[in-house]
Design a binder for this molecule. Structure first.
Ligand SMILES: Cc1cc2nc3c(=O)[nH]c(=O)nc-3n(C[C@H](O)[C@H](O)[C@H](O)COP(=O)(O)O)c2cc1C
Length: 249
């Protein structure tokens, strides 16, 4: 299906999008890939979730049976902001990241396609069309039919992570035991840091779901090959976990 048809099917009619579309159709260099075109779906500004932290913590739990009903863009915006939103002028986020690497990307898989969360724009960047939910939540149909699946991806191309890896590789060449120990520590730290980073996001998402009366389940049991393909990941992007979100049955 052509990009224009895919977008029409998604209901894009805005003037800004028409301009993007015109560029897409008339500029052969930009025709190849929708992601290159930078087509964004703006989400509403997050609104306050007024439930107390204690209440959210009391209500936090895992659900594995979801209705097909979609969640509103407002809820999705609140959810993504809680999980990985900007809460300070310097661009830092609602969830911590080691050395502020911000190396975790959140792909949002919905029935209308795959999107990438862009906190700086409070928007979803269009990656590709099609319903690929079963590729990222394959096991149970009551889970895969949830309207939203967040997929946490570690992007090892992220500059600071790459810098740390290079440092660690360099250290492993140094013969001294002391430096070897530091090298091993650094590699392990990078791996642990990625997992903790995702863990913080998972819990923030759980709490936002509890605050908004949505259900959610985090999964590490997913077909990573199928998920990679569905998200069109590059070699140094690693799928860490997914989290399905929706109204419960
Ligand atoms: C890192 C992590 C991975 C998980 N992986 C799965 C999973 O693959 N499948 C699943 O059904 N639940 C998974 N869960 C959900 C746990 O099973 C659930 O949190 C646990 O049973 C406790 O229930 P509660 O969240 O309601 O307190 C995972 C949770 C975490 C934190």
């Amino acid at each position: 299906m052509s990009l224009k048809k895919q977008l029409k099917k998604l209901g894009y009619k805005s003037r800004a999008l028409q301009i993007k579309l015109t560029e897409a159709v008339t500029d052969p260099l930009r025709k190849r890939n929708a992601a290159d075109l930078g087509i964004f779906r703006p989400l509403p500004i997050p609104d306050p979730m007024t439930v107390s932290l204690t209440e959210a913590l009391m209500n936090r739990h895992t659900d594995r049976q979801f209705a097909e009903q979609t969640i509103s863009d407002q809820m999705l915006s609140n959810l993504l902001w809680a999980t990985d939103g900007i809460n300070r002028k310097d661009g830092r986020r609602t969830t911590p990241s080691p050395f502020n690497w911000q190396g975790i990307e959140i792909y949002v898989v919905k029935s209308n396609g795959v999107w990438l969360w862009e906190p700086e724009r409070t928007s979803l960047r269009f990656i590709k069309g099609g319903d690929l939910r079963t590729a990222v939540a394959p096991v149970d149909p009551l889970v895969s039919r949830a309207p939203v699946h967040l997929v946490y991806v570690a992007n090892l191309e992220s500059t600071k992570i790459r810098a740390t890896e290079s440092a660690s590789e360099f250290l492993s060449f140094i013969r001294s035991d002391r430096f070897k120990r530091i090298g091993t520590w650094t590699q392990t730290s990078v791996r642990n840091a990625v997992m903790i980073d995702v863990g913080a996001k998972v819990q923030a998402c759980y709490l936002a779901c509890a605050a908004m009366g949505l259900g959610t389940v985090c999964r590490i049991t997913l077909d990573r090959g199928a998920a990679r393909e569905a998200l069109s990941l590059k070699p140094r992007q690693i799928v860490i976990a997914s989290q399905s979100v929706g109204h419960t049955l």
